[in-house]
Design a protein around this ligand. Structure first.
Ligand SMILES: N[C@@H](CCC(=O)N[C@@H](CS)C(=O)NCC(=O)O)C(=O)O
Length: 215
Protein backbone atom coordinates (compact mmCIF):
# COMPACT_ATOMS: atom_id res chain seq x y z
CA UNK A 1 0.00 0.00 0.00
CA UNK A 2 1.29 3.46 -0.87
CA UNK A 3 2.29 5.95 1.81
CA UNK A 4 0.12 9.08 1.83
CA UNK A 5 2.28 12.18 2.09
CA UNK A 6 0.49 15.33 3.23
CA UNK A 7 2.49 18.37 2.24
CA UNK A 8 2.12 22.11 1.89
CA UNK A 9 3.73 23.65 -1.16
CA UNK A 10 6.77 25.67 -0.11
CA UNK A 11 7.07 24.18 3.39
CA UNK A 12 10.77 23.41 3.93
CA UNK A 13 9.81 20.69 6.40
CA UNK A 14 7.56 19.00 3.87
CA UNK A 15 10.24 19.35 1.21
CA UNK A 16 12.69 17.45 3.43
CA UNK A 17 10.26 14.52 3.58
CA UNK A 18 9.62 14.73 -0.15
CA UNK A 19 13.35 14.40 -0.76
CA UNK A 20 13.48 11.46 1.65
CA UNK A 21 10.59 9.70 -0.10
CA UNK A 22 12.22 10.15 -3.48
CA UNK A 23 15.55 8.97 -2.12
CA UNK A 24 14.13 5.85 -0.46
CA UNK A 25 11.48 5.44 -3.17
CA UNK A 26 8.72 3.49 -1.43
CA UNK A 27 5.40 3.86 -3.27
CA UNK A 28 3.79 7.10 -2.13
CA UNK A 29 1.01 9.45 -3.10
CA UNK A 30 0.81 13.16 -2.56
CA UNK A 31 -1.93 14.94 -0.72
CA UNK A 32 -1.66 18.72 -0.98
CA UNK A 33 -2.83 20.67 2.06
CA UNK A 34 -4.04 24.18 1.33
CA UNK A 35 -3.34 26.58 4.19
CA UNK A 36 -5.58 29.24 2.62
CA UNK A 37 -8.45 26.76 2.52
CA UNK A 38 -7.70 25.80 6.12
CA UNK A 39 -7.25 22.10 5.28
CA UNK A 40 -4.79 21.74 8.15
CA UNK A 41 -7.42 22.86 10.67
CA UNK A 42 -10.11 20.48 9.47
CA UNK A 43 -11.16 17.76 11.95
CA UNK A 44 -9.95 14.90 9.73
CA UNK A 45 -6.46 16.43 9.58
CA UNK A 46 -6.41 17.37 13.28
CA UNK A 47 -7.12 13.75 14.11
CA UNK A 48 -3.84 12.87 12.41
CA UNK A 49 -1.86 15.86 13.68
CA UNK A 50 -3.34 17.90 16.53
CA UNK A 51 -0.56 20.47 15.92
CA UNK A 52 -2.12 21.21 12.50
CA UNK A 53 1.17 21.10 10.65
CA UNK A 54 2.66 19.48 7.62
CA UNK A 55 4.44 17.28 6.77
CA UNK A 56 2.60 14.17 7.84
CA UNK A 57 2.65 10.69 6.41
CA UNK A 58 0.22 7.84 6.77
CA UNK A 59 1.71 4.42 6.16
CA UNK A 60 -1.04 1.81 6.43
CA UNK A 61 -2.54 2.24 9.87
CA UNK A 62 0.38 4.36 11.13
CA UNK A 63 0.44 8.16 11.01
CA UNK A 64 3.51 10.19 11.94
CA UNK A 65 4.27 13.91 11.86
CA UNK A 66 7.42 15.99 12.51
CA UNK A 67 9.74 15.94 9.53
CA UNK A 68 12.88 14.71 11.32
CA UNK A 69 10.95 11.81 12.86
CA UNK A 70 9.37 10.95 9.50
CA UNK A 71 12.79 10.84 7.85
CA UNK A 72 14.14 8.47 10.52
CA UNK A 73 11.03 6.30 10.24
CA UNK A 74 11.39 6.02 6.47
CA UNK A 75 15.04 5.10 6.82
CA UNK A 76 14.30 2.29 9.25
CA UNK A 77 11.03 1.00 7.89
CA UNK A 78 12.29 0.99 4.28
CA UNK A 79 15.72 -0.25 5.17
CA UNK A 80 16.63 -1.70 1.77
CA UNK A 81 18.58 0.57 -0.54
CA UNK A 82 20.36 3.81 0.25
CA UNK A 83 20.41 5.15 3.78
CA UNK A 84 19.32 8.64 4.76
CA UNK A 85 21.46 8.33 7.88
CA UNK A 86 24.37 6.23 6.65
CA UNK A 87 27.70 5.22 8.10
CA UNK A 88 29.21 4.41 11.47
CA UNK A 89 27.72 5.45 14.82
CA UNK A 90 29.93 8.55 14.69
CA UNK A 91 28.94 9.48 11.15
CA UNK A 92 25.27 9.01 12.03
CA UNK A 93 25.72 11.15 15.12
CA UNK A 94 27.17 13.93 12.96
CA UNK A 95 24.23 13.70 10.52
CA UNK A 96 21.75 13.90 13.39
CA UNK A 97 23.67 16.81 14.84
CA UNK A 98 23.52 18.67 11.51
CA UNK A 99 19.78 18.03 11.28
CA UNK A 100 19.34 19.39 14.81
CA UNK A 101 21.54 22.39 14.05
CA UNK A 102 19.52 23.24 10.95
CA UNK A 103 16.23 22.84 12.82
CA UNK A 104 17.39 24.73 15.88
CA UNK A 105 19.68 27.45 14.53
CA UNK A 106 19.05 27.97 10.82
CA UNK A 107 15.29 27.92 11.29
CA UNK A 108 15.62 30.33 14.23
CA UNK A 109 17.71 32.71 12.11
CA UNK A 110 15.48 32.35 9.04
CA UNK A 111 12.01 32.63 10.57
CA UNK A 112 12.09 36.31 11.64
CA UNK A 113 13.30 37.41 8.18
CA UNK A 114 10.64 35.29 6.46
CA UNK A 115 8.03 36.89 8.67
CA UNK A 116 9.31 40.40 7.95
CA UNK A 117 9.54 39.92 4.16
CA UNK A 118 7.20 37.19 2.98
CA UNK A 119 4.44 37.52 5.54
CA UNK A 120 4.37 41.30 5.97
CA UNK A 121 2.76 43.69 3.51
CA UNK A 122 5.31 45.66 1.52
CA UNK A 123 4.08 48.98 2.89
CA UNK A 124 4.69 47.73 6.43
CA UNK A 125 8.27 46.58 5.83
CA UNK A 126 10.57 47.73 8.62
CA UNK A 127 14.08 48.41 7.22
CA UNK A 128 15.82 48.32 10.60
CA UNK A 129 14.23 45.06 11.67
CA UNK A 130 14.94 43.58 8.24
CA UNK A 131 18.57 44.61 8.40
CA UNK A 132 19.00 43.10 11.91
CA UNK A 133 17.32 39.82 10.88
CA UNK A 134 19.36 39.70 7.67
CA UNK A 135 22.55 40.10 9.72
CA UNK A 136 21.56 37.22 12.00
CA UNK A 137 20.82 34.93 9.07
CA UNK A 138 24.16 35.88 7.53
CA UNK A 139 26.06 35.02 10.70
CA UNK A 140 24.35 31.63 10.91
CA UNK A 141 24.98 30.77 7.25
CA UNK A 142 28.60 31.84 7.66
CA UNK A 143 29.03 29.07 10.23
CA UNK A 144 27.84 26.48 7.72
CA UNK A 145 30.06 27.87 4.98
CA UNK A 146 33.18 27.67 7.14
CA UNK A 147 32.37 24.15 8.42
CA UNK A 148 31.83 22.73 4.94
CA UNK A 149 34.38 20.24 3.61
CA UNK A 150 33.19 17.35 1.37
CA UNK A 151 30.64 17.20 -1.44
CA UNK A 152 27.72 17.01 0.97
CA UNK A 153 27.21 18.31 4.49
CA UNK A 154 28.23 15.06 6.17
CA UNK A 155 30.54 13.88 3.37
CA UNK A 156 28.03 11.66 1.56
CA UNK A 157 24.45 12.63 0.72
CA UNK A 158 22.22 12.29 3.78
CA UNK A 159 19.22 13.55 5.72
CA UNK A 160 21.32 16.59 6.66
CA UNK A 161 21.34 17.83 3.05
CA UNK A 162 17.63 17.24 2.72
CA UNK A 163 17.07 19.31 5.85
CA UNK A 164 19.18 22.35 5.05
CA UNK A 165 18.59 22.67 1.31
CA UNK A 166 14.86 23.51 1.49
CA UNK A 167 15.54 26.13 4.15
CA UNK A 168 18.09 27.91 1.97
CA UNK A 169 15.90 27.62 -1.12
CA UNK A 170 13.07 29.23 0.83
CA UNK A 171 15.38 32.00 2.04
CA UNK A 172 16.39 32.71 -1.56
CA UNK A 173 12.73 33.23 -2.44
CA UNK A 174 12.92 36.43 -0.43
CA UNK A 175 15.19 37.92 -3.11
CA UNK A 176 12.35 37.57 -5.60
CA UNK A 177 10.05 39.61 -3.37
CA UNK A 178 12.75 42.08 -2.33
CA UNK A 179 15.61 42.00 -4.87
CA UNK A 180 17.81 44.42 -2.93
CA UNK A 181 17.74 42.08 0.10
CA UNK A 182 20.38 39.82 -1.46
CA UNK A 183 20.06 36.57 0.47
CA UNK A 184 22.10 35.11 -2.40
CA UNK A 185 24.98 37.23 -1.13
CA UNK A 186 24.85 35.37 2.21
CA UNK A 187 25.48 32.02 0.56
CA UNK A 188 29.20 31.45 0.24
CA UNK A 189 30.93 29.58 -2.59
CA UNK A 190 30.97 26.18 -0.85
CA UNK A 191 27.30 26.30 0.09
CA UNK A 192 26.48 27.61 -3.39
CA UNK A 193 28.29 24.70 -5.06
CA UNK A 194 26.58 22.26 -2.69
CA UNK A 195 23.16 23.68 -3.59
CA UNK A 196 23.95 23.04 -7.27
CA UNK A 197 24.90 19.45 -6.39
CA UNK A 198 21.55 18.92 -4.68
CA UNK A 199 19.77 20.51 -7.66
CA UNK A 200 21.50 18.01 -9.96
CA UNK A 201 20.00 15.00 -8.13
CA UNK A 202 17.83 13.06 -10.59
CA UNK A 203 14.66 13.46 -8.55
CA UNK A 204 15.24 17.10 -7.57
CA UNK A 205 12.78 18.55 -10.11
CA UNK A 206 9.97 16.35 -8.83
CA UNK A 207 10.32 17.78 -5.33
CA UNK A 208 10.23 21.49 -6.17
CA UNK A 209 7.24 23.12 -4.46
CA UNK A 210 4.55 23.04 -7.15
CA UNK A 211 3.51 26.68 -6.78
CA UNK A 212 7.12 27.81 -7.28
CA UNK A 213 7.10 26.26 -10.73
CA UNK A 214 4.14 28.38 -11.77
CA UNK A 215 6.06 31.65 -11.40
N1 LIG B 1 8.76 20.94 13.42
C1 LIG B 1 7.81 20.71 12.35
C2 LIG B 1 7.52 22.03 11.65
C3 LIG B 1 6.41 21.89 10.62
C4 LIG B 1 5.82 23.26 10.26
O1 LIG B 1 6.12 24.29 10.90
N2 LIG B 1 4.97 23.25 9.23
C5 LIG B 1 4.29 24.48 8.85
C6 LIG B 1 4.52 24.76 7.36
S1 LIG B 1 6.20 25.20 7.05
C7 LIG B 1 2.80 24.31 9.05
O2 LIG B 1 2.24 23.28 8.72
N3 LIG B 1 2.13 25.35 9.58
C8 LIG B 1 0.72 25.35 9.76
C9 LIG B 1 0.30 25.75 11.13
O3 LIG B 1 1.18 25.92 12.01
O4 LIG B 1 -0.89 25.89 11.36
C10 LIG B 1 8.39 19.66 11.37
O5 LIG B 1 9.61 19.56 11.31
O6 LIG B 1 7.62 18.94 10.74
Amino acid sequence: MAITFYYGSGSPYAWRVWFALEFKSPPYELKAISFSEGDHKKPEFLKLNPRHRVPLIVDGDFAIYESAAIVEYLDEQYSAGPKLIPGSARQRAVIRRLVREADAYVAKAMDPLLELILFTKREKWDPEAISAAYGKLGRELGKWESAFTGDYLAGELSAADFTLYPMLALCLRMDIRKPDLNVAGLIGPRLGAWMKRVEALPYFERTIPPHWKQK
